[in-house]
Design a protein around this ligand. Sequence first.
Ligand code: AMP
Ligand code: MN
Ligand code: MN
Ligand code: MN
Length: 277
Amino acid sequence: MLVDLHCHSNVSDGLLPPAEVSRRAAGNGVELLALTDHDDVAGLSEARAAAEERGMRFIDGSEISVSWRDDASFHVVGLGIDPGSAILLGGLQSIRDGRDGRAHRIAGELEKCGIHGAYEGAARYAEKASIISRAHFARFLVERKISPDVKSVFDHYLAKGKPGYVPHEWASLEEALRWIGNAGGVAVLAHPLRYRVSRDELRVFLGEFRDRGGQGIEVACGAHSADEVKESARLARHFGLKASVASDFHGPGESYADLGRAPPLPDDLVPIWRDLI
Ligand code: AMP
Ligand code: MN
Ligand code: MN
Ligand code: MN
């Protein structure tokens, strides 16, 4: 079965409306899809309707931004969540509420680099979205020809340690896991090898994640090289976590992988979706 359990629509920082994400996934042969917009569930009903119209199975999801220890952040994907859960909705709203102030602080840092109007510019790219993400800033900086593409904006301005980066307090791990659990979902660590933490810190995080009820880890991830898929598979085995498949698609031409085009999953791992369909 062709599975993709991590992607974005223009409800967060993807480029396509939710229904178009589902249609594109169906066109790529995906049979089981989860939409996982950052810190929101607003696109799920539209995406589900379009998915089911095309005969695809659909899982409700969201990718939750988490702060951990001093200054690390992780993304935890909730899958099989009830999008009507009041506790989950309240939690996601609290994260979204913090994003606007952060966007102003990012724009303030970019202003110091001589880049003017970045808040308004990013907000324009986020017109249909319920959040402003760094991806929206990146698109504006590309438009202004400050960098040639989104990736180089991150490398020079928006990644941790770069001049436009600002620290931010997201949800705690405990909160994210509680919201997902209350909504009847399972928690999956997104793109485990894409965080700016040491391997030792990643292992400490994964131990805590698993001990607090986290159940899965993205192994076959669009942003992972073949070696990184193998390393994530070792982490899944070591921590007894189920494995997920994730393109992390944001839009045509902007992502490592198109919908349904994540690398294959090593076949000894337990797929996270077995219990969800
Ligand atoms: P935020 O949640 O506002 O911190 O933005 C995070 C988003 O920025 C991710 O979900 C990606 O969409 C995008 N992003 C982060 N790092 C990169 C990168 N190196 N290249 C391209 N996009 C990135
Ligand atoms: Mn994103
Ligand atoms: Mn992410
Ligand atoms: Mn993502």
